[in-house]
Design a protein around this ligand. Structure first.
Ligand code: VGL
Ligand code: ZN
Length: 198
């Protein structure tokens, strides 16, 4: 059976100097490049929001980034404007070697729904198509790396294990936002679901 490396959201806005900078988001890039060079198949994800996306605090008068709100589909963290379609912030980190990527999944492009997971939008029902792609390629195990450990990496790992993949998260090739203990919570939950955190 076959294995894929899933590289999550290694984009300028999630790196130091970006709109939603993850501490040390850029230090993982060389290690991710090395992992890609060894992988059988590489899939990249790219957070890709229209201007005025509903996950942006700027769209909710009186609200500030990192506050929680209730959306039609459930609770949602409000973020600074980030990863606007076509912007420099949405581009991959300039040192990320993207040549080996066989597929780039863009997510979060529907204005009214956020999308952390590479498999589903945050309504938990709208698929991105990644599951069908992996299955039709005969891929049954995935390793995740990238940003941010406690949001897009964790949501993707959770959906991957629910769909029956063997899942590994290489923690040293991820970095976290860590809002109110979100990193510890994600780590405990993923380990309990059977995700290998190495
Ligand atoms: C992410 C918050 C908002 C992520 C994306 O890549 O983890 N986090 N959009
Ligand atoms: Zn986003």
């Amino acid at each position: 059976m076959s294995h894929a490396l899933l590289v999550v959201d290694v984009q300028n806005d999630f790196c130091p100097g970006g709109a939603l900078a993850v501490p040390e988001g850029d230090v993982i890039v060389p290690g991710i490049n090395a992992a890609m060079a060894e992988a059988a198949a590489v899939v990249l994800t790219q957070d890709w929001h229209p201007a005025g996306h509903s996950s942006f605090a700027s769209q909710h008068p009186g609200r500030a980034p990192f506050e929680m709100i209730e959306m039609a589909y459930g609770p949602q963290v409000l973020w600074p404007d980030h990863c606007i379609i076509g912007s420099e912030g949405a581009a991959f980190h300039p040192d990320l070697v993207t040549d080996r990527a066989e597929l780039i999944i863009r997510k979060g492009y529907h204005r009214s729904v956020d999308s952390y997971s590479a498999f589903y939008e945050n309504d938990r029902t709208t698929p991105t198509g990644l599951d069908g792609y992996l299955r039709s390629r005969g891929i049954d195990s995935v390793t995740l790396v990238g940003l941010a450990t406690d949001f897009c990496v964790a949501y993707s790992a959770r959906d991957a294990i629910r769909h029956g993949y063997e899942v590994t998260v290489r923690m040293e090739l991820c970095r976290a936002i860590d809002l109110d203990g979100s990193l510890a919570a994600a780590t405990v939950e993923l380990a309990g679901m059977g995700v290998a955190l190495v």
